[in-house]
Design a protein around this ligand. Structure first.
Ligand code: CP
Length: 333
């Protein structure tokens, strides 16, 4: 039914279609636990092209392909003629003639999603986003699967807070919080997004998230105060993202160095945006912590909170990357 369907964003999949993906994910998870074989992609090949580093995405896809009976090529742009300027179109045509699926991570702001869309336009096999500058659809699936496991399938009225948090590693893409902002309200979740004024999500994504909320029965609220956002939350997701949303793509690409400098100056104002025990106390007494990982420990979230087994469900969330990846691959390839 889904053979050949691209997976660039959850926005291209209806709730009914995503429900099939979740059913498949839960089935595959159970079979993985029982060590039952699930070799539905025997002799099939997936080409994965990473423009950036990855632990969870790379390994969930590669292990997933092995467990489904196929093989994944783990490619980086520098191993390919992409580094000499070969186009997305030519690459997609050629790889889709040699295998059964193409997956890629390209998070460059203003470039990544367009690059994947260009591949999808020319590939005769499904193209999957392993994260780009706008969306991280596999992460969204794993997040929602984990929420279903810890709360209930009917998530109407669940209070979830996605909050910007300080990190000193690198300017992270907007794609994780944007995917959550779009997806969670479709399932009736009341979502609060907190960020300092200089670190907004993209305006068009918030517009779509509000439309999704109207249709799905959830809601979207945006605040500039981390304490306010934590009050009564049943799930908190403290996560850093870069200040890309403060610029249009054209503005950013025209003045990239200036924008990056400004983002770094703004970042230093917000060291106190951290998920610590004090903030957890503001949330619901049974609050759960989620994070896509890697976490910038003791900047985004303290060790004490992320290592508290009564609160933190980050490793279940990470494991669910495997089961949801296998579901999408087994349904589309
Ligand atoms: N959450 C996530 O995408 O992790 P990786 O960057 O390690 O793939």
């Amino acid at each position: 039914m889904y053979k050949g369907k691209h997976f660039l964003t959850c926005e291209d999949w209806t709730n009914e279609e995503l429900d099939d993906v979740f059913d498949t994910s839960f089935d595959l998870k159970e079979k993985f636990k029982n060590e039952e074989p699930t070799r539905v992609l025997r002799d099939k090949t997936l080409f994965m092209i990473f423009f950036e580093q990855s632990t969870r995405t790379r390994n969930s896809m590669e292990a997933g392909m092995t467990q489904l009976g196929g093989h994944a090529h783990d490619l980086t742009a520098d191993k390919m003629q992409l580094s000499h300027g070969e186009s997305a179109k030519d690459t997609a045509i050629i790889l889709s003639r040699m295998g059964h699926g193409i997956a890629s991570r390209n998070c460059f702001y203003g470039i990544g999603y367009d690059y994947l869309s260009e591949m999808a336009k020319h590939s005769t096999k499904p193209v999957m986003s392993l994260q780009d500058d706008v969306y991280h659809p596999f992460q969204g699936l794993a997040d929602l699967m984990t929420i279903f496991e810890y709360f209930r399938k009917d998530t109407k009225g669940l209070k979830v807070t996605v909050s910007w948090a300080y990190a000193d590693t690198h300017s992270k893409p907007l794609s994780v919080p944007q995917t959550q902002a779009l997806l969670f309200p479709r399932y009736g979740i009341d979502l609060t997004i907190a960020n300092p004024p200089e670190f907004p999500l993209s305006e068009n994504i918030i517009e779509c998230a509000n439309k999704n909320a109207q249709k799905g029965g959830g809601s979207v609220k945006i605040v500039n105060d981390m304490d306010e956002a934590f009050e009564g939350a049943q799930i908190v997701v403290p996560k850093n993202w870069g200040g890309f949303g403060a610029y249009t793509v054209d503005e950013f690409l025209a003045n990239e160095e200036e924008c990056k400098k400004e983002m770094n100056v703004n970042l230093e104002k917000y060291h106190d945006w951290i998920c610590d025990r004090k903030r957890i106390k503001l949330a619901d007494k049974n609050v759960k912590l989620m994070h896509a990982l890697p976490a910038d420990r003791n900047h985004e979230v303290t060790d004490e909170v992320i290592d508290d087994d009564n609160i933190s469900i980050v490793f279940d969330e990470a494991e669910n990357r495997l089961h949801t990846a296998k579901a999408i691959m087994s349904l589309t390839m």
